[in-house]
Design a protein around this ligand. Sequence first.
Ligand SMILES: *Cc1c(COP(=O)(O)O)cnc(C)c1O
Length: 365
Amino acid sequence: MTTSQKLSFDVQLSDHARTAAEREAVLASPGFGKAFTDHMVSIDYTEGTGWHDARLTPYGPLTLDPATSVFHYAQELFEGLKAYRHANGSIVTFRPYANAARFNQSCLRMAMPELPEDTFVEALELLVQADRDWVPTTEGHSLYLRPFIIATQVGLGVNYPSENYRFMVIASPAASYFSGGVKPVSVWLSTEYTRAAPGGTGAAKCGGNYAGAFVAQREAVAQGCDQVVWLDSHEHRYVEEMGGMNLFFVYGDRLLTPALTGTLLPGITRESILTLAGDLGLKAEEGRLSIEEWQAGCESGELTEVFACGTAAVVTPVGSVKGADRAWTVGDGTPGPVTMRIRDELVGIQYGTRPDPHSWIHKIS
Ligand SMILES: *Cc1c(COP(=O)(O)O)cnc(C)c1O
């Protein structure tokens, strides 16, 4: 990072923004990540100069040389968070500085330049303010924000990281991630494939982690399951995460989540739930759980609920588990009371219907 002076954004509003009627047609059924708003933010980075040319422009395609580094060596990473509309009309985000900090942690791992946290948050604010009419009013809907950074140096040299980068933010109105509301998911235990190994990029939110995971997701679907659960790379026994969501195990009034060993993505929802647990009179700990312990706990009734958590789907119950040589249900396979209580609390804070004791809400407009 070479710039310390504050960047000022150039603002170029679209002259072909969608009409109110066109926008309402999209917002009536937004799905997830399919439609995008009228603007985007870009900031360029040049080695020696630092960050420059911060701008808000009409949303549109990029023109990049085919030899651009990101296409070949996957120096790319992203973030994900949401803007919510409160009943009084104001628009907020949830813990954006936590995303800014994690973005920079990912940048360090991927040998990419860090972006000042205030600039990261200002970019989000600028885009949401320009596209504020795209923040849905429908209950449970939101505007999903996708900051990302790509290596833009042209050339196939593989020995050094890129000297040029582009940071961007785009926004997409979102219903909920899994269609059909709060419905327990079935999970497939991946013993053939590994998502992340010690020393690798598992804790960085980089696209490459996803590229390597699709084959296992396809296997899960072929096995009749919704999602993959990743296990440790060494023994394929210890639960890590779901590859886009972190996992929590509920033993009555005690929560257990896999510890951040460097191979898991440090979810902001995960961290928020560890904090919320205390507020709700639950005990919470980080530790280690094998698939044998998961199955035995469900069979004895000691392990009462399991849920996954992440920005996109908030909190989603896990109803059944399948692996190469085993299968079982969690509880009676329906959403449990602790899962739903935590979900309601978190969603309530995000949508402004419950108090925000930890000051997680960041008002944008
Ligand atoms: C983004 C992500 C999560 C969830 O993180 P949140 O900050 O809670 O949205 C979990 N696992 C992976 C691999 C992710 O990319």
